[in-house]
Each structure stands twice: as structure tokens, then as C-alpha cells.
Design a protein around this ligand. Sequence first.
Ligand code: F6R
Length: 241
Amino acid sequence: MKKIIVNNYEEASSVAAALFAEQIWQKPDTVLGLATGGTPVGLYNRLAAMNKAGALDFSRVVSYNLDEYYPILKSNDQSYDYFMRDNLFNHINIKPENIHLPNGEAKDPAAECAAYDAAIAAAGGIDLQLLGIGVNGHLGFNEPEAALHAGTHLTDLTPSTLQANARFFGDDPSKVPTQALTMGIGTIMSARKIVMIATGAVKAPIIKDLFSGRISTNNPGSFLLLHPDATVIVDRAAMGE
Ligand code: F6R
């Protein structure tokens, strides 16, 4: 696992943007795995600015997002579908038919999850997966548990995640959907390259655990230690400085 230590969130976003731009320049039909949350916003702003300036073309890029609340309407402004349109897709020239998220409106979540993994495989797999990490170590919504799922699945969110995400739901954990559809740890680990960004003092304990080199389902992020091409961009605050 490669570590890049930067001063702050802005630098982390710039370093990540350079890695994503490089990937798309090298392979214009790149299959991206994308994330939501506070972490990727700076990266998405930079990618949108590069696209606007004519420096980065998304016309052949394909994307698969990590996760989506369940159930949730795409029109809900807290859905990840809405978030992605608002923060990235409405600002770049990606083709709508190339955008994929797990469908929070699906009637049959198990069928939706199986179809999602099949679609990723049919697209040739993910070339570059973006990740944030939860304060509890979750990747996507693979929460710390005795056993992790390999494939995309429906999962219950832990109280810690409901609390952490309450900030997007008027600071009321009872308003956060209690379930989500998420890529599994196997789906994530199958990506050819992974870039994780972790910033802010709130992430320092879980980053310390990750950098201890111990692999455990209690910290799903620690599975990155097994990936052949994972880069973790960490700011000083998340390093505990
Ligand atoms: C989002 C996701 C989550 C977040 C994590 C960190 O699609 O899969 O695992 O990456 O909860 O969230 P932030 O970036 O808000 O700290």
C-alpha cells in the first residue's frame, strides 16, 4: 500500500485529481468506481474544472458508484444518485448511459445487487476505484462485522454510521435510512487500482489502525493492505499530527 501524506484536504484533493486525470488520459474509456460523502467533493470540483477547461474528457468514461441508501428515491436530495449529479455528473461530459449506481428504488434488492456485479464484470471490471473511509473503518457500506460480504449486497447501517451521516439529515440520526446497497469487499478489491482519501482528525484513530498493518474485518479498510495497487492519500490531521 502506497502512502501519500499531504498537508490538508485541498492538497489531498489535488493529488487525487492528478491521479484520476492521469488514469483517464492513459485510458479514455476508463471504468471508474466512485464514492460519495464529504471526502470526494474537492476531487470532483477539480475534475469538473479540468473538464470545463477542455483538459479532461469524460465522453468515454464509465462509472459505477460504491453504494446507495435503501430504500431511497433518486429525487431525494440526500440520495447518492442526487449527490453524484449535483457534485460531478451535471458538470462533466460523461454520457448518462455510462453512469451507474445501485438503484435505491429497486423492488428486489437481491436481484439489483446481482445485476450490479454482473454489469461491472461485463464492463471489464473497475480500472480505478475511489474510496473514503468511515470513522469505523467502513469501505462503501461494508461495516465492521465478524464476516464481510464479497459481492454487492443489502446491508444494515451501524449506529456509528447513522450518527456520522446524521449531519446530512438535519443532524437527526433517526432520519438516516437504516439500510444501503453496497459493493462488497470483493467487488472493491477486484478493482485494478484503488485510491483512498482520508482527511481530518476524526479519521486519525482508524488510519492509525490501518497503518498498524493488522488486517481485520473490524476495520474493513485494512483489506487495502492486501491490494496490489492501492494508494492512500492522508492529510496531517488524519495522521494524528
Ligand atoms: C460513500 C461511502 C462511504 C464514505 C465514508 C466516509 O460512498 O462509501 O464509505 O466514503 O463514510 O465519508 P466522508 O467522506 O463523508 O467522511
